[in-house]
Design a protein around this ligand. Structure first.
Ligand SMILES: [Zn+2]
Length: 406
């Protein structure tokens, strides 16, 4: 016989002693009473439970309804609006290049990156691309559809049959002259910027960063993108990603992945600007594009003459990982992650079986495979079962982890 809600809750309280009982109940309900899914959720992102706690405190009277809709609606996932803020409760706004670069150690900002005409034609290309479509993904067994549109363009000869994040991509766009021209500018800017920085152990060397695909995301008035770090599986540890903003200026929020109450920063990338997420950014930070407040009218001078309230975002990545391991238990491809939650294990790169995250599985209870291998980056093969050989990286300023791991 299955446990009652009260019994399940008692188990969860034992499993996660530092959390409020009410918050655990909310999650349990939203996970249809599945302890496994709750554990997966909390393991997947420890910070989410903290978020819910702080949201509960703010919305004491109507929290149940809010939290249920937050989790059970396939399209909403966990909103960027529910995240904890820094000590003063508000994101810190960063506008200029020097403000951004002095506050965020793995970010550089490059306004007016393209000649005006090139920026405008790339913006139009994104807006007019009829083949751009919402992403589909799975969360807690529900099929979710993103509220922004995406198209991938590839300059590779076999680009039309490419994989993206482990999924086969149909309908890859061919490179135009504008995309080729933009790529030359982006590669030169990124490689120059890399030459001015400390090179981290697993990143590409200055001069070697080059682009194989461009991901184009189109954000309308109603679009957002939830908090995440980009997956390292195909771009590797210490990945360098270039992100170009075109059209309407949307807020781009950034915060450290630990501690859970880390300060949120808000960047406002202008039309035709580039943000380089340097090596270490995906490891140490998360980013999101929050919703535009629904009721607030947008001032006329913020509306872009070509795109209105739409933003086109081009992201450039260098795919460095070619021979990713498969799971010893089930044969499924594995995902590369870096442990960060507890300071004792922080910094370790791990391969985790991706089976739980796939379409076929859809996070269904009972189908998880917990297969895991230690990553041994830049080695052949890039994995090991010997923890002592595991690739590890800690940030310079992570004194807490350094002290514990000494
Ligand atoms: Zn597996």
């Amino acid at each position: 016989m299955s446990d009652t809600t009260e019994e399940k809750l008692a188990k969860l309280v034992t499993l996660f002693p530092d959390y409020e009982k009410e918050a655990l109940l909310d999650i349990l309900v939203s996970c249809n009473g599945s302890i496994r899914e709750v554990t997966l959720l909390i393991d997947g992102d420890y910070s989410k439970l903290k978020e819910i706690e702080s949201q509960r405190k703010r919305l004491k009277t109507k929290s149940q309804q809010t939290l249920l809709s937050c989790f059970s609606s396939p399209s909403s996932a966990i909103s960027a609006r529910t995240l904890p803020r820094g000590s003063n409760g508000k994101p810190i706004n960063l506008y200029t290049k020097s403000e951004i670069e002095s506050s965020l150690r793995y970010c550089t900002y490059h306004p007016n990156i393209f000649p005006d005409q090139l920026a405008d034609s790339l913006l139009k290309m994104g807006l007019e691309d009829d083949a751009a479509a919402p992403n589909e993904f799975y969360l807690f067994g529900n099929k979710c559809v993103s509220n922004h549109k995406t198209r991938i363009y590839s300059n590779q000869p076999n680009g039309s049959s490419m994989n993206y994040n482990g999924k086969k991509v149909k309908n890859v766009g061919a490179y135009t002259d504008e995309l080729a021209m933009a790529q030359v500018i982006i590669e030169e800017t990124v490689n120059t910027a890399l030459g001015k920085r400390k090179v981290l152990p697993f990143q590409v060397k200055p001069g070697d960063w080059n682009v194989q695909t461009v991901l184009c995301n189109i954000y309308g008035r109603e679009s957002n993108l939830d908090w995440h770090s980009d997956r390292l599986t195909h771009i590797g540890a210490h990945a360098v990603i270039a992100s170009v903003s075109l059209g309407f200026s949307r807020e781009f929020r950034v915060r450290k992945v630990y501690p859970t109450n880390s300060q949120v920063y808000s960047i406002h990338p202008s039309h035709n600007s580039l943000i380089i997420m340097h090596a270490g950014f995906q490891e140490e930070y998360k980013h999101c594009v929050p919703f535009l407040p629904k009721r607030r009218a947008i001032p006329a001078d913020e509306i872009h003459p070509l795109s209105g309230t739409s933003r086109v975002n081009l992201t450039y990545r260098n795919y460095t990982m070619s021979q990713n391991p498969t799971c010893e238990k089930c044969g499924y491809p594995m995902e590369l992650r870096r442990a960060f939650k507890d300071s004792k294990n922080r910094g370790k790169y791990l391969w985790q079986c991706a089976k739980s995250y796939t379409d076929q599985n859809g996070f269904k209870e009972g189908n998880e495979c917990r297969g895991m291998r230690f990553a041994r980056l830049n080695c052949d093969p890039p994995y090991t079962n010997d923890e002592r050989l595991c690739s590890t990286w800690l940030a310079d300023d992570d004194y807490e982890a350094k002290q514990i791991q000494q």
